[in-house]
Design a protein around this ligand. Structure first.
Ligand code: AMP
Length: 283
């Protein structure tokens, strides 16, 4: 496995496989890897010939006052985990590599980025769209893998990759959860034991909404109210939003008459947590 820092090193590492017609998979991450990230790596190893993982804590997707400085960083442990999986290239750029002096261009992902996490974190998705566009331009993968854990992010990236003709196929991978249901996240390590247990309400609320829909409930407001009620009753969890949206447009729906998604975001101790589940239509 090659560990590389510069754009030129990435291009050099991929020149030969590209010439030989081997397919390239990209797994972008912010490091501090867990089983969720590794599931994307395994999907790439399965579906492409050469896997590139990137690890970069992207400053432009953090607002002032968010956790950029304290975000966990463990490059050597991450590289060891990626090597054990069989990854070919790890791209670990510095901030100066990704945003050299004078760099100014930002990617504006449009209305799909305005709601939900976009409303709570102004500028976040422009930062995500910009860094992912840069990574797609640097690596030029055939396929890029993202987790459904960050569902709105996945939809934003699908939009941006299509609109900007990236040429990469964007693949969404299922959420990997802790045994109790909590979605794995690098931010879970901010949680105390008590907070981790309180955070379990997020998945319980989502699972209840999904089960209610499967049992025939088609009123989205009733599903949202059920989730809000469960989460509000849990001490130590400050709800940001719990909604049922169209799974493609992320617009709120009134009736579950198509593929939908329940989305939640909440603050638990020092961690802002998000999670989601599919809501099937048709009972
Ligand atoms: P991050 O390092 O948090 O920016 O995440 C990098 C990629 O891993 C993103 O595409 C995430 O959606 C994905 N990811 C993070 N947590 C999980 C999880 N629990 N299950 C599946 N994918 C995940």
């Amino acid at each position: 496995m090659e560990r590389v820092v510069s754009v030129e090193e990435v291009r050099n590492a991929l020149a030969r496989p590209r010439l030989e017609g081997r397919t390239i998979g990209l797994v972008p991450t912010m490091g501090a890897l867990h089983e969720g990230h590794l599931s994307l790596v395994r999907a790439s190893l399965d579906q492409t010939d050469v896997t590139v993982a990137s690890a970069f804590v992207n400053p432009t997707q953090f607002a002032p006052g968010e956790d950029f400085e304290r975000y966990p960083r463990q490059p050597d442990a991450d590289a060891a985990a990626l090597e054990a999986e069989g990854v070919d290239v790890v791209f670990e750029p510095t901030v100066e590599v990704m945003y050299p002096a004078g760099s100014e261009t930002k990617v504006d992902p449009g209305p799909i980025a305005a709601k939900w996490c976009g409303a709570g974190r102004p500028g976040h998705f422009a930062g995500v769209a910009t860094v992912v566009t840069k990574l797609l331009n640097i690596v030029r993968p055939d396929v890029a893998f993202f987790g459904e854990k960050d569902y709105q992010q996945l939809k934003v990236i699908e939009r941006v990759a299509a609109d900007l003709d990236s040429g990469a196929r964007i693949v969404g991978c299922p959420i990997v959860r802790e045994p109790g249901g909590l979605a794995m996240s690098s931010r879970n390590r901010y949680l105390s034991e008590a907070e981790r247990s309180a955070a379990g309400v997020l998945y319980r609320a989502l699972a209840a909404a999904s089960e209610a829909a499967a049992s025939g409930e088609t009123d989205a407001a009733a599903l949202s109210a059920g989730m809000c009620g469960l989460i509000a009753a849990q001490a130590g969890v400050a709800l940001e939003y719990a909604v049922v949206v169209d799974a493609s447009t992320l617009e709120e729906v009134a009736v579950i008459d198509r593929a939908c998604r329940a989305l939640v975001a909440a603050q638990v101790g020092g961690a802002r947590l998000i999670d989601n589940v599919a809501i099937a239509s048709g009972g």
